[in-house]
Structures are given as C-alpha cells and as structure tokens.
Design a protein around this ligand. Structure first.
Ligand SMILES: *Cc1c(COP(=O)(O)O)cnc(C)c1O
Length: 435
C-alpha cells in the first residue's frame, strides 16, 4: 500500500464500533450481525469500491436498514387461495394473537390448578373434537406428511400398506407419497389400475402381511372418463372384518363438508363412513398453521401417540395455540377467500380500477395448494400492463399479482378488504412508474 493509497485512510475498526449508530443498533441486532455489516463495508472499501470518507455513512445506513428477520409480508393478488410459495394459509387474527400469547411461558404442559404436569396440547385436541364430533380422539403432528409417516410406521413397518394405483400421487417438488411410505419400512402393496380399482382388488390383497389399508385423496389431479374407485363406506366393512385399520389421507383438511367444494373429502364424512383414522394438513383448507391433523378411533390415536416416532414429529406450542384458535374463533381468511361473493369482488375491483386505471376482467380464482384441482372460483381481476408486475412485487408493501397472457392481473379475492386502500396506493405508484 503506497503512502498515496486512499485505503490508508480507512478508519480503525474500534473507531467505527464506537459510533452512536452502533450503540443504537445493539438494541436491535446481535453483536455478530453488527460485525458482519462492518466487515462487508470494510471489504468494499479495501476493494476500492467505497471511498474511505463514505465508510461511516455506509456502515450507519447498513445498520439502520438491517432487519432481524427478512421474510417480507406479501399481498396475495393471484386469486390462488392456498398459495404454496406464499406459505399456504395466512393465519386468522385469533390465531395470530394465540401465537403471540404462546410465545411467552405458557401452560402448554401444566395444570395451573394442581401445579403439576398435564398432557401436552389437551385444549387443542378438545377444540378439534368439538369441531369434528365424529372423531373419538385427535393427535396433532408437524405436517400432513409426518402424519402419514407416523401412521404407516405404527401400523405397517415391516408389513404391507394396501393402496390403489389410482391414488399414488406426487404432492409437489418431487415428493411422492409412495416414497415417503416406503421410507418407513412399510411395503407398498399396489392394487387395481390407474383408472379403475374395485373392492375385490383390495380383498384379494389382504392377508397376513397387511398392516393397513390406505386411501389417499388425489388432491392435485383428477382421473376422468372410464374410472372406478372404492369409497370409504365400501372399504370399511372389509377392513373391519379382517381387523385391519383403514386410514384415509384427506390432504386438504376439511373437518366437515363444504358446499363450495363438493368433491373435496372431509374428516366427518370419512369417519362416519367407517374410516379408523384420517390424516390431513392444518394449513390448507382448514386455514391454520402448518400441522398434521390426525382424527380417529381412540385405540388408534392412543397407539400413534405412544409410538416413539410421535416424539420426533411433535408440534410446538405456537402451532398448538394457532390451531386451537383457528378452529375455535372462525373468521378464517382461507375460508373467507373460498366463499368470497363474486358480485362483491367485482365492486372492489371496479373501485380499484377507478383509482388506478386498467380493465376489470372476469378471473377465476383457484383453491391451490394441491387442493380441489380444476374447481374455478368465480371472480374478477384488474388487468394492467405486464411490466407493472415486477414493480408490484418489489414495492412496499409487496404485491404478488398473476402474470398471464402478457398481462398483470390483480385479483382481490385473497386480500382483506381492509387493505384495499393500501393496495390501491401501491398499485397507483407502480402504474405511475411505468407511464
Ligand atoms: C398436501 C398433502 C399431503 C402432505 O401434507 P403436508 O402438510 O404438506 O406435509 C399429503 N397427502 C395429500 C393427499 C396432500 O394433499
């Protein structure tokens, strides 16, 4: 480094760390993060990308803008209700409040009356049973996949799981349910064909090696045409006669039938028809936190709860709290979005168009998240030039529109009406940036 090298003027580390901005940042950031920000600034100065006299300001700015967490809230303007890339279900207000309460010390495993240990998650279990009286008992685990792994491990490890070839699905990102089941040491005993499976196929496969019969709701595709399947009511007597548990993977998590989604299976119907156990996700149509919800016969749930693997797929207190509140309080955003009134969506979209321009067009929403494939949710969207889309995504607040047919489509279905003014302001800025 020559004497004329401006890098000689780089301030000392301890000088920079004694700046008032650092003291302020220590209220918000860990020491290692502050050091990391400093190292990054010094690195660009040493490389010659930053003048020595600009270091202090750059470091101060880096500290000021560094947030302790970086997930960005996004307005979902796609019309896809359970949007996997946006974290599936947004929580209800009650569930958010429950998470905040549960973040402190809570009585998740304590009976405050006696001051002694209690069973974990009893209130969540009670809430689920109140919402689904067809179930004798309930168990909550990490997610739908964990529920399936626990069930097949407990009932069929080293034995056979009988499953229809029409129900061997891939649930996304290359994850196949069949691989998941095989990973437990259970052997898949495939019956029937892709389009047709009959009761005698199941009957022929049942034997000494059978651990359970598994029915899976093919939640993300449909087989149409010359098809036949065996429903729970038909299978239940056969399973009961042979003393084999009948497990139904519902996928989407409806506890009771929903008239808007007539083809979607639900726990109440499956259990009433004779299923011994249903498994489902908490963050799809139920609209709660990520969870695996297991509902069924007392003996079955008891066996699952006692299995060593149950401890490995146990949910945390935040999930238990959010799930209980979701089921108990109602006002669930996913449910509201599924049942949004098209006429009202049109009014809101027209109001948005009045303030920002663009065309109001018919636009069907989707259930998403691998649920109810092909079911259109009638609605509307604001159509803007495609270029607006990336400006919306990168704006504050961030808005994710749908890009389709060289247009940017803004569907208000999954946006709370209370946010319409904020969304209109953000869209207006984005549109102006492209004038
Ligand atoms: C989504 C889904 C799963 C997996 O549930 P996760 O909660 O994502 O683990 C399993 N089975 C079916 C039928 C599904 O739709």
């Amino acid at each position: 480094m020559g004497s004329g090298d401006p890098r000689r003027n780089i301030p000392r580390t301890d000088t920079l760390l004694s700046l008032p901005a650092v003291n302020e940042a220590r209220n918000r950031l860990s020491e290692h993060v502050i050091r990391h920000q400093l190292d990054a600034v010094l690195h660009s100065a040493r490389r010659g990308d930053l003048a020595p006299e600009a270091i202090e300001a750059a470091f101060t700015e880096a500290l000021r803008t560094r947030r302790p967490h970086s997930m960005t809230p996004v307005f979902n303007a796609t019309g896809v209700v359970v949007h996997t890339n946006l974290g599936r279900a947004p929580l209800s207000a009650a569930a958010k409040a429950a998470v905040a309460d549960a973040a402190d010390y809570v009585d998740v495993e304590l009976d405050l009356t006696s001051g002694t240990r209690s069973k974990r998650g009893v209130t969540t279990r009670r809430a689920l049973l109140a919402a689904c009286p067809a179930a004798e008992d309930a168990l909550v685990v990490n997610n739908g996949a964990a529920a399936l792994v626990l069930a097949t491990t407990a009932f069929a490890a080293g034995r056979e799981v009988i499953i229809s070839r029409g129900e061997m699905i891939e649930i996304g990102a290359g994850f196949r349910l069949t691989d998941l089941i095989a990973s437990t040491g259970a052997v898949l005993r495939e019956v029937g064909t892709t389009n047709r499976t009959h009761l005698h196929d199941y009957a022929d496969a049942l034997g000494d090696r059978t651990g359970c019969i598994l029915k899976v709701h093919p939640s993300n595709y449909r087989v149409e045409g010359f098809t036949a399947g065996v429903d729970v009511a038909q299978l239940a007597p056969l399973a009961a006669e042979r003393g084999v548990p009948l497990i139904v993977d519902l996928g989407s998590g409806l506890l009771a039938p929903d008239s808007a989604l007539p083809d979607e299976p639900d726990a109440t119907t499956a259990l009433s028809a004779g299923a011994d156990l249903t498994t489902a996700s908490g963050d799809k149509l139920l609209g709660g936190p990520q969870a695996g919800i297991m509902l069924g016969r007392k003996q079955i749930i008891e066996k699952l709860a006692k299995h060593p693997l149950a401890r490995a797929v146990r949910v945390d207190k935040l999930t238990l709290a959010a799930l209980e509140a979701t089921v108990t309080a109602g006002q669930v955003p996913v449910v509201d979005a599924l049942h949004a009134d098209p006429a009202h969506l049109r009014e809101r979209t027209e109001r948005l168009a009045e303030s920002v321009g663009g065309d109001v067009v018919e636009h069907d929403g989707r259930v998403g998240g691998g649920g109810a494939p092909g079911v259109p949710l009638q609605g509307w969207a604001l159509r803007l030039p495609e270029a607006v889309a990336s400006t919306l995504r990168l704006g504050t607040p961030a808005i994710l529109p749908r890009v389709h047919d060289a247009a940017c489509l803004i569907d208000l279905r999954c946006i709370p009406e209370s946010a319409d003014a904020d969304v209109a302001a953000a869209v207006s800025r984005a549109v102006a940036a492209h004038r």
